[in-house]
Structure formats: C-alpha cells, structure tokens
Design a protein around this ligand. Structure first.
Ligand code: ATP
Length: 683
C-alpha cells in the first residue's frame, strides 16, 4: 500500500461536490502520472483521483474511467479512436488559426502531435475565455467524432476536433497563457495535448488498463470505508476488493454494466449482481506455446488432460438467448443490437470482442437447428473454419480471410464455414467458467446436435501416452488442422480463465517441433522501397512487437522474405494510404541513419511471422529493458524472419508482447535457459 494512496490530498482542490468532473483535473492527474515510471505511484495518483470522483461526482465515474483507459465504450460496441494524423493536423490548424504548413513544420520538429497542439494553443492566446471542458463533455465530444459516418464525415470529424481544441486549456487562457510553456513533454498541464493523444488512440502515460482497474477497486474500498466514518482500509481489505473487481471484470468486461452496479450495490455485493451474461463478450482464454509433446507431458505432470484438434480459422464466441428469456438480459448492451434468429437472439464476437454478426449471417441463420430443445441461453467458444463442401474437409485460414467482413448476404456467400465448438462458458442462465472442463464439455455435447459441414464438436483424444498423442497430432495435421490444443480436464485448474494465457492450455503446432516454438504477430511500422524489379513497391518492412506497459511499439526486425509479387502489390496499395511523415513518438527504434525505413506508417497492420531464431542486436529495441541488463542495451531481433499472413483479426496492441519475445529468446537453448520467466501479458 503506497503512502500516497493512504494520505494524499485532493489532486484538484477547485472542484466542488456535484460539479461535473473538470477535464483539467483529469489532465493534472495524467501529468503527474506522466512524471513517473513507478507502477505503484501511477496507481496511487490514479486511485486518489478516482476517490475524489467518487466523493464529489460519482455520476461521472464511468466517463472518467473510459478516458483513463483511452476507450469510449466497451470493445464490443465497435467505437474506435485512432484518428489519422492528417485530420488532427487540419483541426489543430483551423482551431488555432495557424496554417497547415506551420503545423507540419512543428510536427517535423517536435514529432508529437499532442505537443504541437499544446504549442499552437499557447502561442495563440484568445480574446474571450471559452467554457472549461468537463470529463463528460470530452467523452461525448470524442464519441461524436468517432461515430460520425457517411458523406462529409471527414470534415465533420475535423469540426468536432476543432470544437474540443478551441475549448481546451480554458483555465490557462486569459491568465496570460501566451508564453506559458505548456509544451513540456512531461508534466505540463495541457488539455490540448491529452485530447490529441486520446484521439490518436495512445495516451502514453504508462497507465495500463489493469492499473486503472486496480486503482478503481482501491478507490472504491477507500470510499466505502471512509464514508462509514472509518479511517483507512486494511491492506487485506484492499486486496480483497481488487480480487473481487478483477474477477467480475474478467467475466463481464463492460464498465457500462459494472460501474452503475458497483455504485448501487457496493463492491462486496458486486459478484452477486454482475455475472457473465450473454451479450457481453469476455476476453478469450489463450494458450501457451510448447515445443514438443514431451514438454506437454512434463508440464501436466501426471494430471489428466485432453488433446483437441487445433482448427485453423477465426475464434468466435457465440452468444444466444431464446426469445422467451431475452428479457432477463435486456440490460446487456450488445443484446439490444443483436442479430435475431427464429429461436432467439444471437451474436458472434471475435477474439477482440468485435461484433461479427454481420459477417456470419449464415451461422446465425442455421444456429437454431443445432440447439437442442431446452437450451435457452448459452455462450460458446468456437473456431469458424472455411469448409470444402465437395471434399467435405476444412480449408486453410487464407480461404476464410477472403470472406467479406461486413454486410454479408447469406445467398452471396462463396466460402462456407463450419463451426467447431470446443467450450461452453454459460448455459441456461448459469455461468460455467468455474466448473471443470470435463463437465463443461459434457454439457456442451448434451446441448447441441452436430450437422456435417455446419456445426461440430472439436475432435479430441484423452490420452497421456506419448505415442498416442503423436498419432493424434499427425491425424490432426492430415485433416487440415494446425496441431493440438492440450487442456487440463479436472479440478480448479481446468476452469475457464478469461483473458489469460494459461499454463492449463498448451498449443502444439506441427511446425513448432523445430524452431523457436511459435510464430509472432508483429506490427508494421515502416517500409523500404524494393530493389530491381520491386522498385515501385515496398520490398522490405520494419516490424515491431508491443510493450503494453510502456505502450511503445518496439522494433524487432526487417523483413523481405515470404511475400509473393501479388501480395507485395496489394500491400503497397493499402499501406501507401497510411503513410505518415515521421515515426510516431511511441515507436521505439534505433536512431542510426542507415536503420531508418524510407516510409513510416500509422500502426494498423499486424502480420504473422515465423523465425529461425532470436538474437541480440543494437539496431532493434524489442524487450531491451526486460533482459535484466545482460544484453548491454541491445534489443532482441528475429533471424531469417518470414511472412506467413496478414492478421486482420488482431489489433496492433494485441501483437506479440515484448515480454513474450523476451521469454522466447530466453527459452532458446543457445541462450542457456530452458524456462524463462513466466509471461503475464494478459489481464
Ligand atoms: P493466441 O490466441 O494464443 O494469441 P493466435 O491467435 O496466434 O495466438 P494460435 O497461436 O494459432 O492463435 O492459437 C490459439 C487459437 O487457436 C485460439 O485463439 C483459437 O482461435 C484457435 N483454436 C483452434 N482450435 C482450438 C481448440 N480446440 N481449442 C482452443 N482454441 C482453438
């Protein structure tokens, strides 16, 4: 427990009970957070601020939390920030009366649009004092900007950004803001700076979502304790509150549902009032890579496990509520916008909690015929796989990717899919995540009927014998799968752990058996023009992994291998639309002249990459600060990287984490360690 949390003073004394939360107060907290890299201090600033919100203006707790995590709504709502640089520059120019050329020059010099916005405002000075921004107002303004669609949407977005920027830093204008240095990267109070960074989708405060969640639990425990007249809560009470909120959030990741319930019923009663429910997708459980079947046997060490085929398609979470029970879930935000079927309401969510219902109307249409009578509500964990109707077998992932993502009409579908169900997380009003996997699987099999080429249960074999597992692995590969998913069957260890990369799920891919263990999913930061025949296209690319605690993309390799001519052409067409003039301030790459790519991109594209092995290099930054100093400041890089495929289903911040890269590096026998530190890149 940090002293700051226990005794700190209100971070913003001017704000009175019942006032809307001033945005400037949040920015003051952001600035304090920005000044430190210590997680506990960050947490303390954050929870102190949230305590003030709870005490003075609890009705604004939800927008405050959302701005802290740099989101406008739960992921399934599909409202995204990440506004392009050109629109933001235009708005900065227009709101401050500076020309676009000047803004561009500043951006070239400073390299951080947030600071450019701050500088533009402080240089300008205004005649009248605009109304001060509030947290709720900024949230609403950003929401309007993010959701504008259709004709004229670009200019309407610029107008929305201008409106926010014109009101930014109102508390400074009139107080002789001219000459006030609000461009300081660290610590300068600047609403304009944080508005721009929020619009870009990266606050870069080192404020991870997990920290916000912990701070919220602490603030709530403090608030509940002190409002009852008691002094400060015990460490045990704080720890219990944290555990409660984390567990509720992992089952129901929606602050829109959790926060009002927490304010109404209190933190201790939250688990009874907020449970997993259809309509709110949970983050899927993930698996750890392994290099051999013997490693699997070692890890499970005599415990009962099952080996399932690992299908190569797209993760899908199917939520369903029969019409006659739909009323019970009416508060769940997604249910109201759900796809309807004859028996009930259903949604399909991606591994990112994106609503895929418009991509898979064929699945939603057929779903009722797979559901046995008596199955009233459920959440299924599945893989959708492209299906060859003639040969009656699964097709590679690439086929699935050719399907349109939106507004698909069932009659126009060329690539048929089969749903392979491997887990059930909710059934008939009851969450199943804490039950043993053996029981969940039995319930799954008892609640559905298989239909060839449409719906099937994942194939499996429950063997602990090396030879038998070897045969299963070979059979899975022969039938078009990637390998096996090995899962614990019994006891608490076999429960479903939302959002965790768990030791209790192991993946064995056929091509792991030689090499470093797993492919990596990396973000494209830049490109180099090709040589010879490829001069008009990009011939090589700079890739990065993601460090969620610093929110930096850390460079990890250059790649020029594995691309067909056709894909290079396609990539050139698409990537040339997201070129930016200079690297984002949250790109971490060597400063050496010869290491710079010819063009830089917005962080959008994620690619799956294979590598022969990992090595240290001064040119790259991946995991440089995570190797305990033994690396002399060098980063990890991939040797002989090869392009496998584009990963449209992953967002850039879901790329392989730097910790994962560090673990892969340390696990290499050449580096000496068989087991690196446990990776905890999940929530
Ligand atoms: P990860 O999900 O581990 O970050 P990834 O998306 O790159 O990595 P893989 O490494 O291919 O995916 O492995 C995990 C994925 O395999 C799951 O997310 C799921 O989509 C898929 N999968 C296929 N069959 C199964 C199965 N039987 N059980 C669980 N997952 C399965």
């Amino acid at each position: 427990q940090s002293t700051l949390t226990a005794t700190g003073k209100d971070p913003y004394p001017d704000w009175k009970a019942g006032d809307p939360v001033p945005y400037a107060a949040l920015c003051t907290t952001f600035s304090k957070i920005e000044m430190t890299t210590k997680r506990l201090e960050i947490q303390a600033h954050c929870s102190l601020f949230l305590r003030q919100v709870l005490r003075l203006t609890p009705t604004d707790l939800l927008p405050t939390i959302l701005l802290m995590i740099n989101k406008l709504a739960a992921d399934f709502a599909g409202v995204e920030l990440g506004i392009g640089e050109s629109l933001i520059m235009k708005a900065i120019g227009e709101s401050t009366g500076r020309s676009l050329a000047v803004i561009k020059t500043d951006q070239n010099e400073i390299g951080d649009l947030g600071l450019v916005a701050a500088k533009s405002r402080s240089n300008q000075g205004t005649l009248f004092k605009p109304k001060a921004l509030t947290v709720r107002g900024v949230h609403e303004g950003l929401m309007a900007i993010a959701t504008i669609e259709g004709q004229g949407s670009q200019s309407n977005k610029v107008a929305g950004i201008k409106k926010l920027l014109s009101a930014a830093d109102a508390h400074l204008t009139g107080k002789g803001s001219k000459g006030v240095d609000i461009t300081k990267d660290k610590g300068g109070p600047s609403e304009a700076k944080f508005i721009v960074r929020t619009l870009e989708g990266k606050l870069r405060l080192g404020l991870a979502e997990k920290t916000v969640l912990i701070s919220l639990s602490q603030a709530m425990v403090f608030h509940e304790t002190t409002s009852k007249g008691n002094k400060i809560p015990s460490t045990d009470k704080l720890a219990k509150g944290e555990k409660t909120l984390k567990s509720v959030y992992s089952e129901l990741p929606s602050y829109e549902v959790i926060i009002p319930a927490m304010l109404e019923h209190g933190l201790d009663n939250l688990p009874d009032n907020c449970k997993l429910q259809p309509g709110v997708p949970l983050k899927p459980m993930l698996a750890k890579p392994t290099k051999s079947i013997t490693e699997v046997l070692d890890r499970f060490d005599g415990k009962q496990f099952t080996c399932e085929y690992k299908y190569d398609g797209e993760r899908a979470q199917i939520h369903f509520v029969a019409h006659d029970t739909a009323q019970e879930y009416a508060t769940a935000t997604a249910i109201s916008s759900a796809g309807k079927s004859s028996k009930g309401i259903a949604n399909i969510f991606s591994r990112n909690s994106e609503d895929l219902s418009k991509k898979y109307p064929d699945i939603l249409g057929k779903l009722p015929s797979w559901v046995k009578d008596g199955t009233k509500s459920f959440v299924l964990d599945c893989e959708t796989v492209a299906w060859d109707m003639v040969e009656k077998k699964v097709l590679p992932f690439q086929q699935l990717m050719t399907r349109k993502r939106k507004d698909v009409k069932t009659e126009e579908i060329k690539v048929k899919v089969c749903v392979f169900a491997f887990d059930m997380l909710f059934l008939n009003g009851e969450p199943l995540v804490n039950k043993a996997f053996r029981e969940r699987r039995e319930l799954l099999h008892a609640s559905f009927v298989e239909t060839e080429g449409e719906f099937a249960f994942a194939k499996f074999g429950d063997s602990n014998e090396l030879e038998e597992i070897q045969v299963l692995l070979e059979d899975s590969v022969k039938s078009g799968c990637e390998g096996l998913m090995v899962k614990m069957l019994d006891g608490p260890e076999s429960s479903y752990e939302p959002s965790k990369r768990s030791q209790n799920w192991l993946k064995v891919k056929k091509d792991y058996l030689a090499g470093v263990g797993d492919s990596l999913d990396l973000v494209v930061l830049g490109a180099y023009y090709g040589k010879g025949k490829r001069t008009s296209w990009y011939g090589a690319f700079l890739l990065a992994c993601y460090n969620p605690s610093t929110q930096l993309y850390e460079s990890v390799c250059n790649i020029g291998t594995g691309f067909s001519e056709a894909i290079l052409e396609e990539l050139h067409t698409e990537l040339s639309q997201i070129v930016i003039e200079r690297p984002k301030p949250f790109y971490s790459h060597s400063a050496g002249n010869k290491d710079q790519p010819d063009v830089w991109f917005e962080p959008r594209e994620v690619w799956e990459i294979k590598t022969a092995d990992l090595t240290l290099s001064p040119r790259y930054k991946a995991a440089a600060d995570q190797l305990g100093g033994s690396n002399g400041g060098k980063g990890i890089s991939l040797r002989f990287p090869r392009f496998i495929k584009r990963r449209d289903d992953k967002k850039p911040d879901q790329a392989t984490s730097s910790r994962m890269v560090a673990e892969m590096y340390q696990k290499q026998e050449s580096v000496g360690g068989k087991k690196g530190p446990a990776v905890d890149d999940d929530f």
